[in-house]
Structures are given as C-alpha cells and as structure tokens.
Design a protein around this ligand. Structure first.
Ligand SMILES: Nc1nc2c(ncn2[C@@H]2O[C@H](COP(=O)(O)OP(=O)(O)OP(=O)(O)O)[C@@H](O)[C@H]2O)c(=O)[nH]1
Length: 428
C-alpha cells in the first residue's frame, strides 16, 4: 500500500519526511519524482499495516506549515484473515443465521472482546451479518426484520417481572424474543444489576427467548457500542423482537432511547421520593409509559399516576408526527393490561412504518451512534494525552479548592493539548 503525497517544491521533501515520522511512525517513506503531478512525490509504505489506508493529499504550494495529514480512513473490509480465522467467522455466521443459540452467544462474546485480533474477526462477522440484513430487508420490501424496543424504569419498578410475563406471551404467540441488558452500574461496580438470568427464570428456559446480560467491564460508550452490535447479531439470529432493558437512573436510558424504534418507560404506582432518580428528560423520550403493579391496593394509586402522566405528556414536545405517547396501566402479577399494551406497541410500529418515520429514526440513530463513538474516543485521546494527563490532578485540585474557575482550568488543559498537537502537526 502506498500513500501518494505530492510535493510542489522538491526542497520540501526532507521537511515532509521529518513530519511524516511523527504522525505516522510506522510508515516508511520513499521519494519519487512525479512529472504528472508536480516536481516530486512522496510514497509511504506502511511497515506494519495498522488497518489504515491513506488517501492522496496534494499539498498546495508553500503550505508545509499546515497540518500534514495523509487522510487516514478505516478499511471497510477487515483484511488479512488467515484461512483458519476465515473458517471460524464463516462457521459462526452460518450457525448464527441458522438460529443456533450457541453461535449467537459466541458471536456476542466476540464483539465484546477488547482483544485487537478478535475485534477484527468481530468486524468481519458484522460485515457479513449486515450484508445478510440488507438482502433480507430487500426481500421483505424494505420492512425491518425486527422491532427494537427499549425498556427502562427505576429499580424496583417491576421490569424483570414484566419482561418475564410479556416475553412468555410473545413467544407463545410465535415470536422470537431477545432481551439485552445495558447496565451502567456494571461499569463502575463490576456487578450486574440487570441481565441476571435468575431475575427471569422461566423466560431464560424458553428456547424462543434469549437473555443476555451486559458486559461487566468498560465504559457506558463501550457497552452501548456492543449493545448496538449485539442487536444486529440477534436480528441475524432470527429474533424478531429485541428488548433492550436498562435501569432508568443514569445516562444509559438516553443511550438506549437512541438505539431503538420504540422507547417504553415503566413506572411504579408511586410518586415523589421513589421517582426522584427518574430524569424529566427521559419522560420526553418515552413513546409509551406503563404504570406497573396495577393490582390489589395499588390500583387506585396506579390510576392517579396514570392521570398525572397523561396530563404531563400533553405538555411535552412530541417526538413523532404520527404518534402521541400513551399511558397504560399493567400488572405483571395478574397479567392485566399487558396484551393491550402489546396492541398499542404494534399500533405504534404500524404507524411509524407506514409514515416512513421508522426508517428516518433508524437513519438518524446511525448518525448519533457514529458521533457518540467519536465523542467518546476523542475524549479518551484527550485524557490520555501526556501533557493533559500530567496537569489534570493539579488543575482538578485547584478547581475543587476554588483557586481556579472551571472554565479557566478547561482552557489550560485544552491549550496544553493544542500546544502538543501543534508540535506534532504544525499549522502555521
Ligand atoms: N403487586 C405487584 N407487584 C409486582 C408486580 N411486578 C413486580 N412486582 C414486585 O415488585 C418488586 C420489584 O419487581 P422487579 O420485577 O424485580 O423490579 P425491577 O424493576 O426488575 O427491579 P430491579 O431488578 O431492581 O431493577 C418485586 O417484589 C415484585 O414482586 C406487579 O405487577 N404487581
């Protein structure tokens, strides 16, 4: 692989060579005169292909003080899989689309891996699965193969009891359901609040249901990335309803709302203190609010809460042009209201599909997903930057003691970051 970098003036070669060493230390540079494009051209050959290929960049005359960045783009197709690796990916893919649970489980484990080579294999697998989805959607006249539903609620709202009842109802009706849990607490504590199979004992024994706990390591961004990819794998495995569960007390519910077709909020028939953790913003994201435990003595408070949310939702900005968020009452103990709730959900799906809003929402989510990943990785890069890293503890202490305003501290860190970046990529 060569990176053609075109020089306008031959004397710039040595400068270029020096600059190239910094941003691309793994590239070996060769000069070659180029009559076609200018007095000289530089060709860089990667010594160790790092999974990048570089696009051509023509340097305007005398512009060497601009950042010299041979535009690097990720390869669309992971290359260089050995025969053994290719066979492994093919076997996993075939098993997955045939609906073998063991292959689905292994595929999700692969996408969760942080091992570099395994990440390559995971991407190769995802490419195949995506191609399969495209083909299936085409055969299905553009209709998505699965209904993605986000489910959130405060701890104790009755999420697992609901999923157990709801899940069994769906599998009895011939659906294949997959439950994925995004658990922010697992990032910090290493323990998982959600996704614990003992919470849904009967459903976890159902062959048409697949329950997957969230990974217990990493950041929220990392978890949501793997959840997004796990959704694709579950759909490849023939699951037509994907339920993504999260505890509604942090940021994870916003992340989940950005990866599903419909966002459902479960709220217990209680107000005040019990619901303090629920952020107002998340109610705005809800397409459906279900007041849980509407049975026995709790029916009266459940009705009251339902009326309160009906009024509250009227005041909120609508997320859709064709759907007005609804508030239903359910009981996972008696089963009341759950079949009707599913009817409302299907009504939503049909309306969104027919209006084209579903397709638009999914498209928009792809963009949000990309930007979330960029934000996360840029921040990681910033924090890991040597000049920034060494200043963070001192500046944080100063901010905490009130010696430095946060704005100034942020400016200083950004300056330290920029100064070092300028050294590497001079711009003026
Ligand atoms: N009366 C009544 N109680 C319920 C119902 N659903 C759940 N509960 C009770 O509410 C409590 C919490 O239910 P869970 O399903 O564990 O709630 P959760 O939201 O999954 O809780 P976390 O796992 O803490 O997030 C349990 O004691 C359940 O028995 C219901 O429909 N009616």
């Amino acid at each position: 692989m060569n990176i053609p970098l075109l020089l306008q003036h031959p004397h710039q070669r040595h400068v270029l060579k020096g600059l190239l060493r910094t941003p691309f230390p793994r590239y070996h540079c060769i000069f070659r005169p180029s009559a076609r494009l200018g007095p000289g051209s530089l060709r860089a050959r990667p010594l160790d292909p790092p999974g990048l290929h570089c696009a051509e960049r023509v340097l305007p005359s005398g512009c060497l003080r601009r950042p010299l960045c041979a535009r690097a783009t990720l390869k669309e197709h992971p290359e260089g899989l050995s025969d053994k690796e290719q066979r492994f990916v093919d076997k996993l893919y075939t098993g997955l689309i045939q609906g073998q649970r063991a292959c689905l489980a292994e595929a999700i484990t692969l996408i969760e891996s942080t091992h570099r080579r395994k990440k390559d294999l995971a991407q190769a697998l995802l490419q195949k699965v995506l191609a399969y989805h495209r083909e299936q959607e085409r055969l299905n006249k553009g209709k998505p193969r699965a209904f993605r539903v986000g489910l959130s609620g405060p701890p104790g709202a009755g999420k697992s009891t609901f999923i157990e009842y709801f899940g069994k109802m769906l599998t009895e009706r011939g659906h294949k359901l997959s439950v994925l849990a995004v658990d922010p607490s697992s990032c910090a504590s290493g323990g998982s609040l959600l996704g614990d199979k003992t919470r849904m004992t009967e459903l976890s024994r159902d062959m048409n249901a697949y329950i997957r706990p969230s990974p217990t390591r990493g950041t929220l961004g990392g978890v949501t990335r793997t959840t997004n990819e796990a959704i694709l794998l579950c759909e490849g495995g023939g699951y037509d309803i994907i339920l993504i569960e999260t505890v509604g007390v942090g940021q994870s519910e916003f992340a989940v709302a950005d990866m599903v077709d419909m966002f459902v909020l479960l709220l217990p028939p209680a107000g005040g203190d019990e619901l303090q953790g629920i952020k107002r913003g998340i109610i705005e994201m809800a397409d459906l609010v279900a007041i849980t435990k509407s049975d026995g003595d709790l029916i009266v408070p459940a009705r009251r809460i339902q009326a309160e949310y009906v009024s509250a939702l009227k005041l909120l900005r609508r997320r859709s042009g064709v759907w007005q968020p609804k508030v239903v009452r359910i009981s996972a103990r008696s089963g009341e209201g759950i079949a009707e709730m599913w009817d409302r959900m299907r009504e939503f799906w049909d309306l969104m599909l027919a209006s084209g809003e579903l397709a638009a929402r999914r498209q928009q989510q792809q963009k949000v997903w990309m930007w979330n990943l960029i934000r996360e990785s840029v921040l990681e890069h910033f924090r890991a930057h040597p000049a920034v890293r060494e200043q963070i503890p001192l500046l944080e202490r100063k901010v905490l003691s009130g010696a430095l305003p946060p704005g100034l501290a942020a400016d200083l860190l950004l300056k330290a970051f920029q100064a070092r970046t300028h050294e590497m990529y001079p711009t003026h």
